[in-house]
Design a protein around this ligand. Structure first.
Ligand code: 13P
Length: 251
């Protein structure tokens, strides 16, 4: 079966036309083990068609959000229907920045994931605990709850990648140690095994995000349950290519 390594670049709210051209130029020239890795970059909405038109065809694009149901009178949102229309295959949902800054709840994220999947989109679903939650020893409860809210709404996991992104590691330079990340990934896989099914648990890609860079990606990638990365800051830099090249074959 095998879980193909997955590397996503979340550009967040960054970039100008010139910067976007430069990043895509670097990616287009990069030598990567295409057989062994799926690469998806997620520019801000307004650059999506531009990036898609410039980007090499073996790499894919993702939106950073989509609305919870059919589009309409929702100022500032973009809909999954638009992603279909523009042939944008992937969408990142439930990022902690949206959970925290825009008050997206577990249930809301579960609904969004289900709606995007129902329109044939592929979803990078993000979960992760805060520093307070980790220090309180509730990490596994928090990420299980977040995963349950998705599992409650989703019956087919084929088009889901689960991104474990501890909030304390995002943009802080404080990466989870390989052992810390592996512990949570293994616990998540067990949760999926026990609550969704053995087959989904074996095939679901669980990727790590939080201060991943060209220097730490190899060791993280060697962990048995880390199936890839969701990269923020370093995805705007040439070292993103090194991260892609840390891909390992799983199972
Ligand atoms: O939030 C992230 C990816 O979605 C991680 O961000 P950093 O890689 O900048 O820590």
């Amino acid at each position: 079966m095998g879980r193909k390594f997955f590397v996503g670049g979340n550009w967040k709210c960054n970039g100008t036309t010139e910067e976007v051209k430069k990043i895509v130029g670097t990616l287009n020239e990069a030598k990567v083990p295409g057989e062994d890795v799926v690469v998806v970059v997620s520019p801000p909405y307004v650059f999506l068609p531009f990036v898609k038109s410039l980007l090499r065809s073996d790499f894919h694009v993702a939106a950073q959000n989509s609305w919870v149901r059919k589009g309409g009178a929702y100022t500032g949102e973009i809909s999954a229907e638009m992603l279909v229309n523009l042939d944008i295959p992937w969408v990142i949902l439930g990022h902690s920045e949206r959970r925290q800054l825009l008050n997206e709840t577990n249930e809301f994220v579960g609904d969004k994931v289900a709606y995007a999947l129902s329109l044939g989109r592929k979803v990078i679903a993000c979960i992760g605990e805060t520093l307070e939650q980790r220090e309180a020893g509730t990490t596994l409860d928090v990420v299980s709850e977040q995963t349950k809210a998705i599992a409650d709404k989703v019956s087919n996991w084929d088009n889901v990648v689960l991104a474990y992104e501890p909030v304390w590691a995002i943009g802080t330079g404080k990466v989870a140690s390989p052992a810390q990340a592996q512990e949570v990934h293994a616990a998540l896989r067990k949760w999926v095994h026990d609550n969704v099914g053995a087959e989904v648990a074996a095939s679901l890609r669980i990727i790590y995000g939080g201060s991943v860079n060209g220097g730490n990606s190899k060791e993280l990638a060697s962990q048995p349950d880390i199936d890839g990365f969701l990269v923020g800051g370093a995805s705007l830099k040439p070292e993103f290519v090194d991260i892609i090249n840390s891909a390992t074959v799983k199972n």
